[in-house]
Write a protein that binds this ligand. Structure first.
Ligand SMILES: [Zn+2]
Length: 489
């Protein structure tokens, strides 16, 4: 696929253009009352300096600019940071729409039936060829497709509309509400995600890597480490270094493939168990749990190596991936996934509710110190989680928490301190209203979405920075005036 790096090149160009405009706008464009443009144009980046872009259809290049726009919108709706440039490493991909992909039916010579489709990529000016691929399941005709490469292996992915409506969490809750509490308690599945057993459920199931996968993962990890050491010994950028790097990437990809496979199979089995309409997870913050051990390279904290190993094991247990997969699979089946607080779930007795750390003296065994109830520790925890889930659901507070909305309006009278600055500063800046709305209310942020450098968007830092710059300019001008007048007299 000769086009694979070109949309990324355009995307990075858009990121660079945006950075340039923001810096430029801060310095001078704002003083003239003009705003930096935000558009999806890609043609300015095609020039004699980038001859490779002339060998790619414009529709493919356009996607680089088109993908940048939602990334930029994410920043303004406070869902993420600014778009950043993408490197050629990782999983580069190209998005092909119907303009450059044609589907040709493959007709069986004997029966005359259509056995599949062949994809012809390219346009008359830029032909590429036919794309053969292995489909893992039945599919319908897609509108567009993505071609990507991951550690030397090519993938084709696409989606299509199967016209099956997907219910929302509110719909599912409304359907299931006629159940009484006893029914909920028998049908709810609590899921305890752990390190010894990946997922333990309250109905006694346990999901883990298969023996074959375990047997292959360990030598794979060792080979990866060996490859990383070999790569470190070689000169960066040399042929041998690149070779070693590719080999490490292949080992890494194998581990990721195995983990994703287990997460898919676990979530599929759970979602397709007919008698379970509710799945309860602990609200674990994996990001916080896998934070690095404290300290710096000069003054390291305690047990840094151990913490790093624990983090690696937590991340290899794909707690997040299993949950995400189960969430969407369950919703398709009209089932619900909810989160409950995780505190003390491993020390609480599922029979009597007694919480004490002595209840769990051994890693695998739970023995209640009050009522004597004993069970496998993970199963006990998953039962506790299931009970918490039912209580939360029946209390009607299981939905996603609505963020508190607060509105702080500050009027910053910038020109009030020094009279001469008010005369030169644009009048809108002195009356800038900095408004922040909590939650997802886009009302004020959408005031003028095409102009991020307007005075409405200036933060307090930017305003004070502008003011300092302005004062410096004014004082240096005054100095020059004095000097020149002194010389002339
Ligand atoms: Zn007990």
């Amino acid at each position: 696929m000769p086009w694979i790096g070109c949309p990324r090149n355009l995307y990075n160009s858009k990121v660079g253009e945006d950075r340039y405009f923001r810096r430029f706008a801060r310095k001078s464009l704002l003083l003239t009352g003009e705003f930096a443009p935000i558009d999806q144009q890609y043609s300015p980046f095609k020039s004699e300096l980038t001859p490779w872009l002339s060998e790619v259809p414009g529709v493919v290049l356009r996607h680089g600019a088109v993908l940048w726009k939602p990334a930029d919108d994410r920043y303004f709706s406070k869902r993420g940071g600014r778009p950043v440039t993408h490197t050629k490493h990782g999983q580069p991909s190209v998005w092909l729409t119907s303009e450059v992909v044609k589907l040709v039916p493959v007709v069986d010579a004997d029966t005359g039936e259509i056995s599949g489709h062949q994809r012809h990529i390219g346009i008359p000016k830029f032909p590429v060829g036919a794309l053969a691929f292995k489909a893992h399941k039945e599919y319908q005709r897609p509108a567009s497709l993505h071609i990507s490469i991951h550690a030397g292996r090519w993938h084709v992915s696409f989606n299509y509309d199967d016209n099956i409506p997907e219910p929302t969490d509110q719909d599912i809750t409304a359907w299931r509400m006629p159940f009484d509490e006893a029914e909920w308690r028998t049908m709810t599945v609590g899921l305890d995600r752990g390190l010894a057993i990946l997922v333990a459920t309250s109905d006694g199931q346990a999901f883990d890597f298969s023996p074959v996968q375990k047997a292959r993962l360990d030598p794979n990890t060792l080979s990866k480490k060996r490859g990383q050491r070999r790569q470190a010994r070689r000169t960066q950028g040399s042929k041998g270094w690149i070779k070693a790097k590719r080999r490490v990437a292949r080992y890494r990809r194998y581990g990721a493939d195995v983990r994703r496979d287990v997460a898919h199979k676990t979530s599929h089995t759970l979602a397709n168990t007919p008698q379970n309409p509710l799945f309860v997870f602990e609200a674990l913050k994996v990001e916080n749990l896998t934070a690095r051990a404290r300290g710096s390279s000069e003054e390291p904290g305690k047990n840094v190596r151990q913490k790093a190993g624990l983090n690696r094991r937590i991340l290899a247990s794909m707690w997040g991936q299993t949950k995400v997969f189960l969430q969407y699979k369950a919703r398709r089946q009209g089932k619900l996934c909810i989160d409950v607080p995780p505190h003390d779930s491993s020390q609480e007795c599922a029979a009597c509710g007694h919480i004490h750390k002595d209840n769990r003296r051994l890693q695998a065994e739970f023995v209640c110190q009050r009522c004597g109830h004993s069970d496998n520790a993970d199963r006990n925890a998953s039962k506790v989680i299931a009970q918490r889930g039912v209580t939360l659901l029946l209390s009607g507070q299981s939905g996603r928490k609505v963020k508190k909305k607060c509105r702080i309006t500050k009027r910053k009278a910038i020109g009030a301190e020094s009279s001469e600055s008010a005369a030169v500063m644009p009048p809108t800046l002195g009356e800038t209203t900095v408004s922040r709305l909590g939650g997802n209310t886009p009302a004020l942020w959408s005031l003028n979405r095409e102009t991020p450098a307007t005075s409405q968007r200036l933060s307090r830092w930017e305003i004070s920075w502008l003011l300092i710059r302005y004062r410096l300019t004014v004082s240096s001008c005054a100095f020059v005036d004095d000097y020149s007048s002194g010389v002339s007299s």
